[in-house]
Write a protein that binds this ligand. Sequence first.
Ligand SMILES: Cc1cc2nc3c(=O)[nH]c(=O)nc-3n(C[C@H](O)[C@H](O)[C@H](O)COP(=O)(O)OP(=O)(O)OC[C@H]3O[C@@H](n4cnc5c(N)ncnc54)[C@H](O)[C@@H]3O)c2cc1C
Length: 459
Amino acid sequence: MERDDFAGGTSSRSSRLIHGGVRYLEHGYFRLVSEASRERQTLLRTAPHLVRPLQFTWPVYRGARIGRWELRAGLALYDVLARFGNVGRHHGLSAAAVLAAEPALARDGLTGGASYWDAATDDAAITLANVLDARAAGAVVLNHATLQSVMTDGDRITGAVVRDELAGDTIRIAARVVVNATGPWTDTMRRMEDPSAGPAVLGTKGVHIAVPADRIGNRAAVTMLSPVDGRVMFCLPGHAQTIIGTTDTTTTALPDRVRANRDDVRYLLESANRFFPAARLGPRDVIAAWAGIRPLVSGGHTGDPASASREHSITLGPRGVIAISGGKLTTYRKIAEQAVDLAVRQLKRSVSPCVTATTTLRGAERTPVFGQLFEPIVEGQQWTLSDATRAVEHELACTLTDILVRRTKVAFSSRDHGIPAAPRVAAVVAHHMGWDARECARQVEAYRAEVARLFTVDD
Ligand SMILES: Cc1cc2nc3c(=O)[nH]c(=O)nc-3n(C[C@H](O)[C@H](O)[C@H](O)COP(=O)(O)OP(=O)(O)OC[C@H]3O[C@@H](n4cnc5c(N)ncnc54)[C@H](O)[C@@H]3O)c2cc1C
């Protein structure tokens, strides 16, 4: 059950990487890197429609915090932790080879670098694929359904009181086991079980910006050490855009209200401009800026957010709720395996071996839609009106926002976030959704408000 839309929280604001996590090596999180590398291999095999290999170039400049030989040693360890099962092994590069791969990079002080492999995905799409697969396997899945409170019998939680956000009804759902998988909202729900529960999740804010790919000129993915503070960050290819990210700052912002601010955008632009000097990017080049909150296991961590663990923890609360905290998109399958095994043990049944590591993620296969709707939603972008139709007919989209923010990425891909196209999309799906003209207008207004919530850059 999901309060907003599937992937409405952090899972549509990630860097969209399925990766071992090269930057965790310097903080010594070898177990996490090894587990994430294994999961990367698994997902490349089980969801090839959604997870594709991505080659990174890491240029090294004179005086960099991580020099050429340290980088080579780190990437050799990366290959070892992946048990040499990565798509390809890393290679050291001379300065000339770095420039051959990425000619727009700064030349001054370039001493060489390396290339290595990870994988990329569409975060909202892979989340949805899992939802669709669960449904095909017999699960009942609900979006736009908020858990409001829990039902209890003595000291046990016996179910949930849930509000249907679209119909406005309240429903009561009995449950023998409850799993709290609410990411940065984990503590709010833990306190429904135990009002005295201390914090289990530390939120750090991560911001991305999208800029026109032809302005920055990267050819593939580039790993950079920010000249501002030495953090690892990326320029990632995304069709006609380059996505630059991310920041990593401790925040007390509520997960529902988190947004980029001008300092975040300035930091990302300044870092990218130093690596790609001809780009001379300014705030006006930013197509979209968005933020998410990393739900990290707090564990009393007080130092630099970038060094906080990305490992996950699964705990059993005092009234029987299984709570997941931390973790990464990359390791979601492993986390789910462990949580489901614990749930089965709570039901006092025997745990059968998990099959998700060897079964194709069926939800990753898109249902073809027939008709004359191959007109793009926004001229020059890859999403068509038939994607909107598929979203409502086969992909559980309930609102115009679901279609434009998560079933497609129209909202992220143009400066106007596709608002001018929104009425047309609403009209195309209106018949299937039972929307009259008034409801279509309300959907467009709701989309406009959501765009402001997600993409406004604060002072
Ligand atoms: C900037 C950034 C970049 C990242 N990049 C990567 C990356 O490249 N690769 C990677 O592997 N990981 C990455 N991560 C981490 C990854 O995105 C997260 O670990 C993952 O998405 C968390 O998923 P989740 O399901 O725990 O949380 P969420 O996706 O936030 O899901 C929790 C859901 O719970 C719902 N919810 C809350 N309260 C209620 C309620 N009362 N009733 C019903 N539902 C409720 C919310 O609406 C939300 O959708 C990144 C994170 C950030 C912030």
